[in-house]
Design a protein around this ligand. Structure first.
Ligand code: SF4
Ligand code: MSK
Length: 641
């Protein structure tokens, strides 16, 4: 068994892994070791289970079978598999966005406990959806926005409305290559249709549908999710918060909210302030009620309320191992089935809340927007009851709780750098043009027990900011970077290059900006579009010195996000390669040929330092193409000898 230090760089996680080992409780790391060797055909993308003539697998060494029973070759098989993954990732975000639209609709009709918190964002979103907000009251406008958003899912022809937020040059590329998505659901259904046995055998055609479905996520499902969540729960603004397992408190009733959709967690946060429930918690002997989050639900409530995050994807089992979690609610995505057995080992109650994310034998409290607060109160009351069953002797919570700043949105950048009176992207563009900031990289995505938790994120980002690259981050990557204190303004002084440091110090920001949850990667698309619109850095997103990276990715959503970034003109690096390496034609398309089509491509690099070097070379090539000045201090330092 590998040591805790080999499994994670996080001291709090190491402590919990040691506890797991002592108490013989298996975690994802143990199951991964028991799983070795993992299937090489699957890793290379060349195992096909599409029909019952198979499963078929292609020998990547060219000695055994080179065709499936139906005659499909490695490229067809790997491209179909990949397209299915893109469709699943897009479906996950699509349903997330759809949920928010229904919630807004119910709020507008006065049928739920939610209301519009950000009127300005409502009016702005209305315009993007082709609705004139003038003269309309909030409720009426919210109803129209919700309905128009829902239309985006079922739309059959035309283009998604939010595509118009991209630079014109980008829209032209999408039209030229027939990549503009028609409707969110249509592109996902078409993707699945194309992968049925005996439909589409052309890997490029399959990947074009992959890009259409991915764009329907980035500029559709995810963007709708982000915008409507801002409307309903308020647009985030920078705030201070804390993260890591120290967020769990021994003297309080602990409720952890885990998953992705903040509709329930917003209400749980409200219910935890209810005086009656607080009194009940006191009567039970607790000092109060502590809410904390995991994964992206954590990011959502952290960004908007400063509620602490107990951690990221690989912290979910470790949080339970503290023995102090009274209720763990899960909504959708990224919660492990292992939580059922693990919570039973302690007193923790695992509660599923979504009718599309259940587990046999686990308590389910069905969440519905029409009685959201009531459900949230029921969950808090359950936690108070369960707190009474907690065995204090089995509680072991690591102290680690790290300060961070979160809450940077594409809209906030106007104010952040341009000031309240002259909000503008100009100072950001100028900092890039003058060579203070080399470029901007979105470091996003999951954690994966195949690699030491947090190490690649930390190494990559330290290297990038040292080279004056401004980093934006989301999802579990944001938590990982927060844990190594890179989301604190002070880290600019310690780690950033001189140019970036000056910018960060002038505005008081960290060199790594937390933009939210996985759906909020759509904020990065809008920020890139705003930079292009500001001028001086080309006409298209693919002209910008920007890139994306997910050094520890694991989920299908990460694949979809990567593809929508590439299809939007942002080259992307993954740590583990996409499952394409057994299919030479498909690998060639993803890592080279696609660039001729959309101006961006994929890179795979497991070594975080080498990934940083490749990304920096890419940013420099973009700078050179734009004929930008050399990096300011590089020139001065060279001149000084
Ligand atoms: Fe085998 Fe073709 Fe069926 Fe895939 S679709 S399982 S390659 S026969
Ligand atoms: S939660 S998709 S593990 S980032 Fe968004 Fe984290 Fe990846 Fe889930």
């Amino acid at each position: 068994m590998s040591t805790a230090e080999k499994r994670t760089i996080d001291p709090a996680s190491q402590k919990m892994l040691d506890r797991a080992k002592k108490e013989k409780v298996p975690t994802a790391w143990d199951r991964l070791e028991a799983m070795q060797p993992q299937c090489g055909f699957g890793q290379l993308g060349v195992c096909c289970q599409v029909c019952e003539m198979g499963p078929c697998r292609i020998d990547p060494f060219g000695e055994g079978a080179q065709l499936g029973v139906c005659g499909a070759n490695a490229d067809t098989i790997a491209a179909r598999n990949l397209l299915r993954k893109i469709a699943v990732g897009g479906a996950a975000h699509g349903n997330h966005g759809r949920t928010t639209a229904f919630t807004l609709q119910m709020a507008a009709e006065g049928q739920s406990d939610y209301s519009v918190r950000d009127e300005r964002k409502l009016r702005q979103t209305a315009r993007y959806l082709g609705i004139d907000p003038e003269g309309k009251d909030t409720q009426a406008l919210a109803k129209l926005v919700a309905e128009a958003a829902l239309v985006q899912f079922g739309q059959q022809e035309g283009e998604l409305a939010f595509l118009a937020r991209a630079p014109e040059a980008r829209q032209k590329i999408w039209r030229e290559h027939d990549l503009a998505p028609r409707g969110v659901d249509r592109e996902i259904v078409t993707a699945l249709d194309q992968t049925h046995m005996g439909v589409d055998h052309d890997p490029v055609s399959l990947m074009k549908q992959g890009m259409r479905a991915a764009l329907a996520d980035g500029w559709g499902g995810s963007m709708i999710g982000t915008d409507i969540q801002d409307i309903l729960f308020g647009s985030p603004e920078p705030l201070r918060a804390k993260t890591n397992l120290g967020a769990i408190k021994a003297d309080r009733v602990n409720i952890i909210v885990h998953g992705h959709e903040p509709v329930l967690s917003e209400m749980i946060a409200e219910a935890a302030r209810d005086p009656e429930l607080l009194a009940q918690a006191k009567d039970a002997g607790a000092e109060g009620i502590q809410i904390s989050g995991l994964c992206c639900t954590a990011n959502e409530i952290l960004m908007r309320h400063g509620i602490p995050s107990a951690g990221s994807f690989l912290h979910q089992e470790l949080a339970v191992l503290t023995g102090a979690v009274d209720v763990l609610t899960v909504d959708v995505q990224c919660w492990m089935p292992s939580l059922k057995d693990l919570t039973e080992y302690f007193h923790t109650k695992l509660v599923t809340t979504s009718d599309r994310a259940r587990q046999l034998g686990t308590d389910h409290i069905d969440f519905h927007e029409t009685h959201a607060l009531e459900t949230a109160k029921e969950i808090v009351a359950l936690a108070i009851e369960n707190y009474k069953k907690r065995d204090a002797a089995r509680v072991d919570i690591p102290d680690e709780e790290i300060d961070l700043i979160a809450g940077f949105t594409a809209e906030y950048i106007y104010k952040l750098l341009g000031g309240t009176f002259r909000p503008s992207y100009r100072p950001l563009n100028n900092a890039i043009i003058e060579g203070r900031i080399r470029g901007i990289v979105g470091v996003v995505g999951c954690e994966n027990p195949k690699v030491c938790q947090g190490e690649a994120h930390a190494t990559l980002v330290r290297e990038l900011i040292k080279n004056d690259v401004l980093v934006v981050t989301s999802g579990c990557s944001a938590s990982a970077l927060a844990r190594v204190r890179l989301l604190q303004p002070e880290s600019a002084e310690e780690f950033a290059g001189r140019g970036l440091r000056e910018v960060c110090e002038a505005v008081g920001i960290p060199p790594v900006l937390h933009v939210g949850a996985c759906v909020d990667n759509s904020r990065i698309l809008i920020a890139c579009s705003n930079i292009v619109a500001e001028g001086g850095l080309g006409n298209d997103i693919s002209d910008l010195p920007v890139a994306g990276a997910a050094p520890e990715w694991m989920s299908e959503k990460a694949i979809t996000i990567g593809w929508y970034a590439v299809a939007s003109g942002i080259s992307v690096w993954f740590g583990d390669p996409l499952p394409v390496l057994g299919a030479p034609g498909l690998a060639q398309f993803a890592t080279e040929d696609v660039e001729k089509m959309v101006g961006a491509k994929w890179g795979f690099e497991a070594d975080a330092e080498k990934m940083a070097a490749a990304i920096i070379a890419h940013l420099d090539a973009k700078r050179e193409a734009l004929k930008l000045k050399p990096m300011m201090y590089q020139v001065q330092d060279q001149a000084a000898g």
